[in-house]
Ligand binder design. Sequence first.
Ligand code: DUC
Ligand code: ZN
Ligand code: ZN
Length: 454
Amino acid sequence: MLCIKNGRVLTDCGIKRDELWTNEGLIIEKPEYPPENTRFYDAEDCFVLPGFIDAHTHLEMTNSITATADDYASGTAAALAGGTTTVIDFATQDRGGSLNEALEAWMDRAEGKCSCDYAFHMAVTDWNNRTKAELRDMVKAGVSSFKAYMAYRDLMLGDEALARLLSEAGALGCVVGAHCELGEGVERGVKNCLNEGKTGPGYHPLSRPPRVEADAVSRFLELADRSDSLPWVVHLSTSTGFDEIKRFREKGKSVLVETCPQYFSLNDEVYSLPGFEGAKYVCSPPIRSEEHRQAMESAITNGDIDIISTDHCSYRYRGQKDIGKNDFSRIPNGLPGIEHRAVLLWEMVERGEIGVERFYELLAKNPAVNFGMYPRKGTLSVGSDADIVIWDPDCMWTIRADEQFMNTDYSPWEGRQVKGKARAVFLRGVLCFEGGRLLQRGIGRYIPRKSRIG
Ligand code: DUC
Ligand code: ZN
Ligand code: ZN
């Protein structure tokens, strides 16, 4: 039995100075007669929060050119170091392949390697009768959310297929997400830049302007309107995309909205860094102007964003990002962020823009509720998994790539002075991370998730 004492514990009735008890991996009521061998952990006035959930990661993802720098081992170790105890990663269907084959392949890759718990969404890239029939298999296997790409030639679904996915998955009570950038718009933008000899990384954001996202959000929500699914706009980055969401919500419709730290903590000045440095920030959608960054921050403050994930998709600067040295469109897209999500959001708590409860909702409760893991995850209720973060709000430190667990040779936030840190992290009652050191590796388990209709 374990008792965490002297902490500020997040309970159903807000933050309370309280003890938190766990036994055999679960949260329990305070026992009337604690056993003599009870272990005590002194939280020393830190916050005691439910383990964070990163609902959007790409680990061990390979394409025809390269593979992400983080595999399940390094990626989930880095997650844990930042207070994340569960990741929902993307399995992706191969064109011509089945959903079951894809899930099996991704399960095999992850098994035995993860330091935090893990689950999968399924990215659907090939809609046909077999895909339709397999949606039920996915739900049975605990995959209750799907995603479609509206951009990327090898991955994207057309409108008709996306509409079918929304209606079939919706009927099963599943969430359907979309990467909202219109493929035609992106291809046109890239072609125009390259034709004009604009080949450097600074042209990446110009090739996929805010309108490309807003048009895709608008089309996605129009298609979703005709189905029963809960649409999920992943990695929202623009005020123009957000305007489409507001319009949809004003009609009384529900949509789940996610953004990521790169869209509220950075702006497009990063693409003006000298030489090829801007390549470190090439991700899609791109990092936007200050006006859009502020819009994302306000949307978080106003309660209009539901979930903060990372879209962690890491590539090394040397040897991977430089594949696109002479052509920005060949730079592998994605940023390493899995380790630093919480501390970047904590900046908003520090500035008084959100409270600790909202911080917790964005990082843990909302992903757990909307992706079918609540109350097993995302709360410190009796019977929940004892996934616990001891969050030190006063720790001041500097983000440095050479001190991180992520397997990249850079951090997009290199040198940023931050406040707040996961001092200790428990996964199902086991102390896995403390004082900057990983104490346990590889004990992460697969977490099957429920759909909204069970
Ligand atoms: N965007 C990225 O930058 N990387 C992974 C996939 C995506 O949508
Ligand atoms: Zn995406
Ligand atoms: Zn993604």
